[in-house]
Design a protein around this ligand. Structure first.
Ligand code: HEC
Length: 137
């Protein structure tokens, strides 16, 4: 009887010891799982950083655009919207606890900002890399 209880307790504890990624709680972790299911592989801070700083030329205006155009080179600093001049709260979760908390918000801005900056939506791989970079800031 006692032995059986121990076995049951052991099985019940297993998910706590080694939680599968699908149980991850933060918005970014959930999104990374989703991107992997869409075929993305490993996400790295380096690849995300490269994309964040990469220069793209807008086909229509020939303007050079980067993520840093609005968010600046330092994610811990407030950004400034290139078109409206409005202040943007820092993206770095280390200084802005509200950053990267809501899946809906992240999806909305990634779509809009990739389209404006790169001229197309970001791929699952790009989104995962850039979020991994942002989260590290
Ligand atoms: C034209 C200006 C502009 C550019 C360029 C831009 N962003 Fe943004 N971004 C914003 C604004 C404005 C917000 C909303 C900030 C807020 O809600 O406080 C935002 C928010 C975000 C968010 C959501 C943050 C959160 O807490 O949910 C992500 C992710 C993001 N941007 C990523 C990027 C990436 C990646 C690029 C480059 C591909 C980029 N942005 C380029 C203006 C820009």
């Amino acid at each position: 009887m006692q032995k059986k209880h121990l076995v049951i307790a052991g099985i019940a504890l297993l998910p706590l010891v080694n939680p599968p990624l699908v149980y991850a709680t933060t918005a970014v972790e959930q999104l990374l799982v989703e991107y992997r299911s869409q075929g993305a592989t490993e996400f790295t801070v380096e690849a995300g950083k490269e994309l964040f700083f990469k220069e793209f030329v807008d086909a229509k205006s020939t303007q050079v655009r980067q993520c840093t155009t609005c968010h600046t080179d330092d994610l811990r600093q407030p950004g400034k919207h290139a078109k409206t001049g409005k202040r943007i709260d820092p993206l770095a979760p280390s200084v802005n606890p509200k950053s990267l908390m809501e899946i809906k918000n992240i999806n909305k801005w990634l779509k809009r900002n990739c389209e404006w900056t790169i001229g197309r939506e970001c791929t699952a791989q790009e989104k995962g890399d850039v979020l991994t970079f942002m989260q590290s800031q």
